[in-house]
Design a protein around this ligand. Structure first.
Ligand code: G6P
Length: 610
């Protein structure tokens, strides 16, 4: 989703802006642009429909120089991907602006501005904002007040970076509903959609709060809250180093992230387990007393995070015997639902910025839940600031749009949660120790599964010319199949659907032929025999089957059936383990298809708009 970078410094800021955009590429975008106030107090801008590399090339042939600038990667919402729609937008060569979010009343503002004689060069909702700043500037004569007047007119979500050619030593930033951080340098300041963009230039960050406006000069930063009162916001020192965004020798970020899962899981477990016991306070100071009252759990999330929730629901009901409902955030937020007494609301999000998940949490806080918990990979994200209890997964930054290590570490967090709640519902310390042991075995077992990469790369060849694929699972492995199908469609653009294996004969079987590969996860559990008969139904229709089964499963490869026997003995960790080969399968199919793996078309890492 759109990315913003801005800088104000004594040095020429263009290289900082271009590097920042490069580091925001993972968010997903279709066009990019940059504007500076040059040494003659004129606005200069370059834009491309395409990748940041092309913007860099254009910049090399005609460099822009200036100490104050803003830059943007656009992910089209209003208006198609095009040069005219790319940011920064400029009004009458006076004001330049970048925006992330959606201005909901843009049509109304546009009509007013057309009447007032403003020309529009784009179809975006953003252009009304830059025009409004320009209009206000005619009275206020200075940018800060002009931005204050502008945001009073805006409905919707925004993160903004604004510059004025007549105030070359000033950059204004504002946020409401979309993320924005300020990077604090020595005699220079930066803004960006996330900290990764700025790690090469600073480790010190200020996270703007909802409604904040920052007046940024080279040597002075003043932040105003939503009541236009000056406020102090703390400076956070990031422990991330600038090379976290490197591929470390892997061909793609996604592959690096798949292979870093043993480490990400180990990091997410660190300090969360002590002497065979789950440290409940890792969910928050008063988590223990809250968990004692939990009678049911409601999980809300989107995409991959939603799949993590579905798996956790099986764990909760089986281990803690607590009823659990899981719902897609964009559905939950727009329907009337009933809150059962003593229900804990759990939101899951790798980014912590997903607009629907955030809105669902805000709604939940007014709906009478016992308490709210966020499971998230980004400290200081909007979600973690909004929730009462927080569990941070320590997956480290995830750059590939298709989520991998964020997912498996969410599952680790959720399993810890299940144990923490189950303890209040009769789980004894012996059982707890056994579950903790399973968790502790995870990094090593995931590592073993990664060793099947060559086998999976081989299978991937069979999928690369297919247009459809079916994924089957049962019980807690249905969400695993759903996640496998999602990964395949996200990055290889093969249409993939997941079904509960028992539902096969109620529809999807009609689609099965030798052109439709069927993937099934077959752990050696009490449903294996039932799954085997489902699979025979596929085989009988000439469908080619790919089975990820445990070594002990007693299923063998035959004509039309390929069995990859993996070392994934059945226990509660098995859904996490079976996810790994499915991630690798999607990855290698996409490699063969030559797809843009880390930035799949039309998708974004951080979906900050509805
Ligand atoms: C986007 C990402 C997915 C992610 C989903 C939910 O679609 O591409 O990888 O699962 O958003 O994001 P969240 O940050 O809330 O987990």
């Amino acid at each position: 989703m759109c990315g913003i970078v801005g800088a104000i410094a004594q040095r020429d800021v263009s290289p900082v802006l271009l590097e920042g955009l490069k580091r925001l590429e993972y968010r997903g975008y279709d066009s990019a642009g940059l504007a500076v106030v040059d040494h003659n107090k004129q606005l200069q801008r370059i834009r491309v429909l395409g990748k940041v590399n092309e913007l860099q090339e254009q910049h090399q042939s005609s460099p822009l120089q200036g100490g104050t600038g803003i830059a943007h990667t656009r992910w089209a919402t209003h208006g198609k991907p095009s040069l005219d729609n790319a940011h920064p937008h400029i009004c009458r060569n006076q004001v330049a602006l970048v925006h992330n979010g959606i201005i909901e009343n843009h049509e109304q503002l546009r009509a007013q501005q057309v009447d007032a004689g403003y020309d529009f060069s784009s179809e975006t909702d953003t252009e009304v904002v830059v025009n409004a700043v320009y209009e206000a500037l005619q009275t206020t004569k200075e940018l800060l007040q002009a931005v204050f007047r502008t945001i009073e007119q805006l409905e919707g979500a925004y993160a903004l970076g604004v510059i004025n050619k007549d105030e070359p030593e000033r950059l204004i930033a504002a946020r409401k509903g979309s993320p924005l951080v300020i990077g604090v340098g020595i005699g220079e300041y930066f803004i960006a959609s996330d900290v990764f963009a700025l790690l090469p230039v600073t480790q010190q960050f200020i996270f703007l709060e909802e409604g904040d406006v920052a007046d940024i000069k080279r040597d002075k930063l003043t932040i105003y809250d939503s009541n236009q009162q000056i406020v102090e916001r703390p400076i956070n020192v990031s422990e991330l180093s600038s090379d976290v965004a490197d591929k470390a020798g892997y061909r793609h970020y996604m592959l690096k992230e798949i292979f870093s899962q043993p480490n990400a899981i180990a990091e997410s477990l660190e300090n969360r387990i002590e002497d065979g016991r789950v440290v409940t306070s890792e969910f928050g100071q008063n988590a223990e007393s809250i968990f004692q009252q939990v009678k049911s759990v409601k999980i809300v999330a989107c995409g991959t995070s939603y799949h993590a929730g579905l798996i956790a629901a099986h764990w909760l009901e089986e281990i803690a015997q607590i009823p659990c409902q899981v719902e897609i955030a964009s559905e939950y937020r727009y329907r009337k639902s009933v809150v059962v007494d003593n229900t804990l609301f759990v939101s899951i999000s790798q980014s912590g910025e997903t607009a629907d998940t955030l809105a669902a949490l805000q709604l939940a806080k007014k709906s009478g839940f016992l308490n709210t918990l966020a499971i998230c990979n980004v400290a200081e994200s909007s979600l973690t600031r909004e929730a009462e209890l927080v569990f941070l997964t320590h997956a480290g930054p995830e750059i590939g749009v298709a989520s991998t290590k964020a997912f498996t570490t969410q599952l680790v967090g959720l399993f810890l949660l299940v144990i923490a709640i189950a303890k209040q519902n009769g789980l004894d310390s012996k059982q707890e120790a056994m579950f903790v042991k399973q968790l502790e075995s995870l990094p090593g077992r995931v590592n073993q599964l990664l060793q099947y990469k060559d086998d999976i790369e081989n299978i991937a060849k069979d999928f690369s010319d297919k247009h459809h694929a079916l994924f089957l699972g049962r019980g807690s492995f249905l969400p695993v199949a759903m996640e496998g199908a999602l990964k395949l469609k996200e990055i290889s653009y093969i249409h993939a659907e997941a079904y509960a294996a028992g539902e096969l004969k109620h529809g999807p079987l009609a689609l099965v032929d030798d052109d439709m590969p069927v993937v099934a996860v077959a752990p050696n559990n009490n449903l294996l025999e039932k799954l085997k008969s489902n699979l025979q139904e596929v085989q009988a229709r000439g469908g080619k089957l790919y089975l990820f089964a445990d070594k002990t499963s007693e299923v063998e490869s035959t004509d039309g059936v390929y069995v990859l026997k993996i070392n994934a003995l059945y226990d509660f960790m098995a859904p996490i383990l079976y996810t790994i080969p499915l991630q690798l399968l999607a990855y290698y199919v996409a490699v063969i298809k030559g797809a843009d793996i880390d930035q799949p078309r039309n998708l974004a890492k951080s979906v900050t708009v509805e």
